[in-house]
Write a protein that binds this ligand. Structure first.
Ligand code: GLN
Length: 191
């Protein structure tokens, strides 16, 4: 079974843990560096990026999180989690996010998205004070965009999205992530 951590300092980590369990993975709440040991993958949930940054600093998690990603463990950031992965925060992905990018007055909206690599009907995406990707490096692939602004991106084993599939009962992004986790694990065990 795949053991997938969910950063549980703040935000909607419980909804991610439920989704992962429904898809047959073993979720583990991560609060301190020791919780990262032996993980096959990690989800950084949505929430509030300033609060999450303070929690990461307080617990000494920044460098352990970078090491985990550098070592090839897949990481999936959603919304505030996307912000945490960007150049201005943990620097794990070669992207720069704009916070609350869809306008301060727009607290939330929904949109049907076509996402590269996600089969079937379009994805009903829930955006809550969402970021978009303002800048990205050559190694980053855009999987979906709204009005030309990237809202789903992938860089090798790293996946980040602006919206909240864990809140709308949309399992296909987590499935896509678990496929990355599975293949990273097979690559590790076959070495
Ligand atoms: N607006 C939040 C932030 O900047 C992110 C919103 C979310 O995760 N739903 O931290």
């Amino acid at each position: 079974m795949l053991t997938v951590g969910v950063l549980a300092l703040q935000g909607d980590f419980a909804a991610h843990a439920r989704m992962l369990a429904e898809l047959g993975a073993q979720p583990r709440e991560v609060r301190v560096p020791a919780d990262l040991a032996g993980l096959d993958g990690l989800v950084i949930p949505g929430g509030e990026s300033t609060t999450m940054t303070l929690g990461i600093e307080r617990e000494g998690l920044a460098e352990p999180l970078r090491e985990l990603a550098r070592g090839g463990t897949p990481v999936f950031g959603t919304c505030a989690g996307l912000i945490m992965l960007d150049r201005a925060h943990l620097g794990i992905m070669d992207v720069l996010a704009t916070r609350n990018a869809f306008g301060r007055q727009v607290h939330s909206f929904e949109e049907d998205l076509t996402i590269a690599g996600v089969e079937g009907p379009s994805v009903r995406a829930v955006f809550i004070r969402a970021p978009w990707v303002a800048e990205l490096g050559d190694s980053v692939e855009v999987l979906a965009a709204v009005d030309g602004h990237p809202v789903a991106v992938q860089q090798d084993h790293l996946l980040a999205i602006s919206f909240h599939p864990e809140l709308s009962g949309e399992p296909r992004l987590h499935e896509r992530f678990l496929a990355l986790v599975e293949s990273a694990r097979s690559a590790r065990t076959s070495r």
